[in-house]
Design a protein around this ligand. Structure first.
Ligand code: NAG
Ligand code: NAG
Length: 189
């Protein structure tokens, strides 16, 4: 009987030791993720609200709002987007990924989007990986900045910032073409 209890004690201590070493492994998770590094990403984002092939559509807006070509961006409307990302400003240039998510138009005192998107890449070194943006986006300012709050794949645990520059903007025409220059801190996986 005593022997069995001692045996249980050994098992218990072994479990504690194993779980303890498991915890240590996780504390040193940085080593597991590899060295931190910085990557700069450069691409163009095409957001089209109008025409035969809009990439962004309104899904919710206040009662009484009429969405029409002359009122494509009413305040408090929610838009769902699947926007192509390309390597050049021309919409026909090579697609390198997609921005999928949604934004809310907010116009209390100035036009601002609340922007929530997964920016996923489909070519090059980061094919299959994505960064996550969640930020305020004052779209009428030609230059602005958004926060990178996370990522997937090679961008796991990413953080950083995206500098945006409006290349062209015509709500009733081709929509917006925005140049993105993103600095991402992530790990060598
Ligand atoms: C990106 O990855 C997918 C899935 O692995 C693959 O099918 C595709 O060919 C890749 N694209 C490029 C351009 O490398
Ligand atoms: C915006 O696009 C529309 C439709 O293509 C066009 O008629 C209009 O002239 C454009 N506006 C500007 C400022 O380029």
């Amino acid at each position: 009987m005593k022997k069995i209890m001692n045996g249980n004690l050994v098992v218990l201590i072994a479990v504690i030791l194993v779980s303890h070493s498991w915890m240590i492994t996780n504390i040193e998770g940085h080593a597991y993720l590899g060295k931190e590094k910085v990557t700069r990403l450069h691409f163009y984002f095409h957001d089209t609200l109008n025409g035969d092939h809009p990439t962004t559509v309104p899904v919710a807006y206040p009662i009484g709002t009429v969405i029409s070509p002359s009122n494509l961006a009413p305040s408090n409307a929610v838009y769902v987007a699947d926007d192509p990302l390309t390597d050049g400003p021309d919409p026909k240039s090579t697609v390198v990924g997609h921005a999928q998510g949604f934004y809310v138009f907010e116009m209390q005192d100035k036009v601002v989007l609340i922007f929530v998107m997964d920016i996923g890449f489909t070519s090059g070194e980061f094919n299959g990986s994505s960064i996550t943006l969640f930020s305020r986006n004052p779209v009428l300012e030609t230059d602005r900045e958004m926060a990178v709050v996370g990522g997937r794949g090679k961008f796991r645990l990413a953080r950083g910032f995206a500098k945006l520059h409006t290349y062209s903007f015509n709500l009733t025409g081709a929509g917006a073409v925005v140049e993105y220059d993103v600095t991402v801190f992530h790990y060598e996986i």
